[in-house]
Design a protein around this ligand. Structure first.
Ligand code: SAM
Ligand code: DTB
Ligand code: SF4
Length: 320
């Protein structure tokens, strides 16, 4: 087991990024093997339980009401439909079901509905995750008491670059929600997006923010921007895929016992690139034909990829 540090400096992290690729991947794989079964991948499925018409201006997001993306908005989904989707995800092999809502923050009555969803999904024997925006203390406790296992809330990017991407809520708002979730005793799923035009230093600073939280998030999603027509970030210069793989490796080294999730953007990646991400220490994915509103690889394709790489699904939160 590796020592867990919460005092990473910018120079240290930039030095990791600057290593020769083979040296970086070797170091990440060494850390990975000291903490995890190297061939086991945790698999979660996503469902958008409330889609579009969001008041926020996140520059990457097809669900913001401010951008013309052609997305059809939908109100909060009936529980029976959520349950049917969770059942399908379970049959396809997912161990965790993550419910996402296009809200700045939920209303108290929304939380009651989500708690019912959580309880019915848990009754299927699945782990539950939700991503609903900013929470109050009371709402956080209601979700925890309702049995929610994970809460996803991303920092998205560095504090410096943040205002280039989002203006309707602050970085501190995000840190406050994360602290509430942590203090309530829920598992934290927190990561970011790369490929939004940020600098090398911004990527290092995002990873430092995550690693220097009082406790590492149990799950760290690293998303590659999915460029959606109509959003302000459409047309952003694409990130060098090798820099994406380096980001996974550095996340693995900084947060040795966290599940590093190869998240959005897999549909645009080759099988070989995904294999390198797993080698660099990614050990969870979103599985199922859709993310929230955009396409994910087909489940058959993922099953074949697992077979070709000798990977198996399993595991839950932290290193076992
Ligand atoms: N509305 C809630 C919020 O923003 O906190 C929860 C849902 S929101 C869609 C969850 C996360 O999805 C965002 O924080 C962002 O990191 C990620 N995301 C959204 N659109 C994306 C895109 N086009 N490419 C990559 N990641 C994206
Ligand atoms: C995360 O970090 N990525 C997921 C999940 N957490 C909620 C969402 C990705 C969304 C990609 C764009 C879409 O499908 O709408
Ligand atoms: Fe709304 Fe979340 Fe999309 Fe931002 S990321 S626009 S808060 S759904």
């Amino acid at each position: 087991m590796s020592v867990l540090r919460h005092d990473w400096t910018l120079t240290e992290v930039q030095n990791l990024y600057a290593l020769p690729f083979n040296d970086l991947i070797f170091q990440a794989q060494t850390v990975h093997r000291a903490n995890f079964d190297p061939n086991q991948i945790q698999v979660s499925s996503l469902l958008s339980i409330k889609t579009g018409s969001c008041s926020e201006d996140c520059g990457y997001c097809p669900q913001s009401a401010r951008y013309e993306t052609g997305l059809k908005s939908e109100g909060l989904m009936p529980i029976a439909e959520v349950l049917a989707a969770a059942q399908r995800a379970k049959e396809q092999g997912a161990s965790r079901f993550c419910m996402g809502a296009a809200w700045r923050k939920p209303k108290d009555k929304d939380i009651e509905r989500v708690v019912e969803m959580v309880q019915s999904v848990k009754a299927l024997g699945m782990e539950t995750c939700a991503t609903l925006g900013m929470l109050t203390d009371e709402q956080t406790l209601a979700l925890k008491e309702g049995g929610l296992d994970y809460y996803n809330h991303n920092l998205d990017t560095s504090e410096d670059y943040y205002s280039e991407v989002i203006t309707t809520r602050t970085y501190q708002d995000r840190l406050d929600t994360l602290a509430r979730v942590r203090n309530a005793g829920m598992n934290v799923c927190c990561g970011g997006i790369v490929g939004m035009g940020e600098s090398d230093a911004d990527r290092s600073k995002l990873l430092i923010e995550l690693a220097n939280l009082p406790k590492h998030p149990e799950s760290v999603p690293i998303n590659m921007l999915v460029q959606v027509e109509g959003t302000p970030l459409m047309g952003t210069q694409e990130l060098d895929p090798l820099v994406f793989i380096r980001t996974i490796a550095v996340a693995r080294i900084l947060m040795p016992q966290s599940r590093v999730r190869l998240s959005a953007g897999r549909n645009e990646m080759s099988d070989e690139m995904q294999a390198l991400c797993f080698l660099a220490g990614a050990n969870s994915i979103f599985y199922g034909d859709k993310l929230l509103t955009t396409d994910n690889p087909m489940t058959n394709h993922d099953l074949q990829l697992f077979e070709r790489l000798g990977l198996h699904s399993g595991g839950s939160s932290y290193a076992q």
